[in-house]
Design a protein around this ligand. Structure first.
Ligand code: MG
Length: 384
């Protein structure tokens, strides 16, 4: 199966009453409907080409598409014409075509993939939502009938079709059709329905746009991620004591392959854990001589490069060091400053606390030190 996607963004959104096309209006999070819908399609591993039909005279701006080809065509006077224009640029290799409206920027990748898979199985498939309200048929302000609501579904996009099915339906076409499925139905071809999503809002009116802005904000906060880190090393004679990159005068130091900085190690694991990017041992194996006596602040910076590349930024970290001795208070600010620099955040977002183990166990006897950390990350635009 070779899948091409068409993004219908050619409409000017006359019902929005806005000076610029509705799909380019900022949703308050520096994205717009077109950018969000495009990133959904470009990020779907089943799709191998995207063709976007934009309103005449506008462009999609700078959109990086490293994985798959992205083509931009001018939209037509009608949706039908826009889809035809886009279809003209779909590669010959494509045997399945999925069409999505830019005005539905909150469809999920799961919905997209379910629709594509259903079209692969059945020839034609669309996302549609069952109705929950009782449905009345009304004429001239008076109810004519109560319709059996279990037979009523609200059509959404994505809609996906085998190429031959779509081409046949479009050729027979009605230029005023509001979706492709209705053309396929009219051609006598069964269209399979996959469960749509209530969150797959179609943004048509200024009120919808307000709701879209609220949704854009809420999907942003749902991108918060949390991670924990823990480390423990033995205290031995003849080693320096280094915590968060600060050399602390003490008669013993932590034993380990690197500088054995338990604070950096626990913080590294917490940020990697929050991003689900593995752990310090997988990134910097202690079997590698490269990390012998390594400065663990550099390891933390290395982990942060991975975290940033995945689209995350650190919001804050909270660190607890468990050590019977020495007193850490005089060094806390220097430790916080080192961590803040490595994490690229303000020192006010870095907390470091010292704790004794009440003389209990190995830590209490002064034979080891341990560190616990939690880290919160924000971001993760990893769909593409
Ligand atoms: Mg360690």
């Amino acid at each position: 199966m070779h899948v091409a996607a068409i993004l219908a963004a050619g409409g000017i959104g006359s019902r929005m009453g806005s000076a610029i096309p509705k799909q380019l209006v900022d949703l308050g999070d520096s994205t717009n409907m077109l950018a969000r819908s495009l990133s959904l399609l470009l990020g779907c591993p089943l799709i191998e080409q995207v063709v976007v039909a934009v309103p005449p005279g506008s462009s999609v701006g700078e959109i990086a598409s490293p994985r798959i080809p992205l083509e931009v065509v001018q939209g037509g006077a009608t949706r039908h014409q826009s889809v035809l224009n886009a279809l003209g640029r779909v590669t010959d290799a494509a045997d399945l075509i999925v069409i999505h409206d830019a005005a539905r920027p909150f469809a999920t990748r799961d919905l997209l993939e379910r629709t594509i898979r259903a079209a692969e199985a059945h020839g034609a498939a669309i996302a549609a939502l069952p109705v929950v309200d009782t449905v009345k048929q009304v004429e001239h302000g008076t109810i004519r009938a109560t319709l059996p609501r279990e037979t009523i579904f609200l059509a959404q996009t994505p809609q996906a079709f085998r190429r031959a099915v779509l081409e046949r339906a479009l050729a027979a076409g009605d230029v005023h059709a509001t979706d492709e499925a209705s053309l396929v139905e009219r051609a006598g071809i069964p269209v399979h329905v996959v469960p749509g999503e209530a969150g797959n809002l179609k943004v048509t009116t200024p009120a919808d746009l307000e709701q879209a802005r609220v949704l854009a904000r809420s999907t942003k906060t749902s991108m918060m991620r949390i991670g924990t880190g823990y480390d423990l090393h033995r205290l031995v004679e003849g080693r320096p004591l280094i915590l968060a990159g600060v050399r602390i005068p003490f008669e013993r130091g932590l034993q380990g392959h690197s500088d054995a900085d338990i604070v950096c190690h626990a913080v590294t694991d917490a940020v990697l854990g929050a991003a689900a990017l593995g752990d310090i041992g997988s990134l910097f194996p202690d079997t590698d001589v490269k990390w012998k006596d390594a400065d663990s602040l550099l390891l933390l910076r290395g982990a942060m490069e991975k975290v940033s590349a995945a689209g995350y930024a650190v919001v804050n970290v909270d660190v607890t060091v468990i050590a019977e001795r020495p007193k850490l208070l005089p060094y806390i600010d220097a430790m916080r400053a080192n961590l803040a620099s490595a994490l690229a955040i303000d020192v006010s977002a870095v907390s470091v606390k010292g704790k004794t183990n009440e003389k209990v166990g190995e830590i209490g006897m002064g034979d080891a030190m341990a560190c616990h950390t939690v880290a919160m990350l924000q971001g993760g635009e990893r769909q593409a």
